[in-house]
Write a protein that binds this ligand. Sequence first.
Ligand code: NAI
Ligand code: 13P
Ligand code: ZN
Length: 353
Amino acid sequence: MFEKSTWIRLPRNVVVGHGVRSAVVDVVDDLHLQGRPLLVTSPTPRAVAADPVAADFRDVGVDPAIVTVEAATFDAVETVIETAETEEVSYLVGIGGGKAIDIAKMASDHLDMGFLSVPTAASHDGIVSNRGSVPDGDTRHSVAAEPPLAVVADTEILADAPWELTTAGCADIISNYTAVMDWRLAKRLKDVEYSEYAAALAEMTAEILVDNADMVRPGLEESAWVVTKALMSSGVAMSIADSSRPASGAEHLFSHKLDRLAPDAALHGHQVGVGSIMTAYLHGGDRGVWRDIRDALSSIDAPTTAGELGIDDGTVIEALTTCHEIRDRYTILGDGMNERAAREVARKTGVVG
Ligand SMILES: NC(=O)C1=CN([C@@H]2O[C@H](COP(=O)(O)OP(=O)(O)OC[C@H]3O[C@@H](n4cnc5c(N)ncnc54)[C@H](O)[C@@H]3O)[C@@H](O)[C@H]2O)C=CC1
Ligand SMILES: O=C(CO)COP(=O)(O)O
Ligand SMILES: [Zn+2]
């Protein structure tokens, strides 16, 4: 008897392009959302996008509540939940980088309310995904959360954001190559749940981005367009898989560990990019694709070494040898690398000196 079933939750509206920030109110109308929104943002994105979105709401006779959060913590999620309850709002709008959007996602999951994702940086592939990443105790990786009802990505705002945020988004996409290698390995060795559609989409997204790398240049709005479409596609792959597997393997474990060992030293996307160079080496050895990954990262100005991340060599080695413990996710790291092997891969790939 055939007993499989699947339930894929995706946004209903995806609006990308020049000046589409002002379409947030139309998207809300299209979704038939009633009542007050709560805009969830952080300090810089507030000035860049949340205040203008609030003004757009007021222009159509809706009085939005706004909450500004500083860091992706459960306290911040609590603050958003409390504000939503006291301000009697009916839906949330996450406006900012990955952290502000993740907080809105987690809070809307808890409140059982819809939310819109309005990215102000093309820096991560959580813009569309049904995953939320807020550290809980020792846990740093994403967990299942509410997917956005809609995404409104204004390329004018995204192109104006600091360039390193865009290169971080590119690196988060390039890391799909090794994430998918890890997923296929885990399928072969551990028979983990696997979706060929999600894996192919994640891989193809990385390929399209790398093929178009010459269009990814500072100050070009077209770059924001190319990168944002890739981030959306990668997020859809996660939603199809109902897991971050298509976009997160050992290179993400490495980054999550760096977040603990060297908090706020580097951007998420930059860390996973450097991790991906090393885990590609572990998969394919010297003849593998690690050089292609390194060259793709360097062609879009993303870091390829510990020094460029602003992280010392010892911390990189510590992260490599311990990050397999971060979560129960089988990867090329198996049950962990020893220090000599970690030094070897980091040296051979030029990540450490
Ligand atoms: N839920 C998911 O599926 C995923 C979640 N993530 C999570 O996303 C986070 C990384 O996101 P990021 O955006 O890199 O970090 P972030 O949200 O901390 O943003 C980085 C900095 O850029 C600033 N910023 C954002 N937009 C700006 C603009 N237009 N102009 C000037 N500054 C601006 C932010 O205020 C912040 O200071 C990590 O916590 C990561 O775990 C990453 C990938 C997937
Ligand atoms: O960052 C992500 C995908 O790019 C989410 O992955 P994690 O589940 O490892 O947090
Ligand atoms: Zn990521």
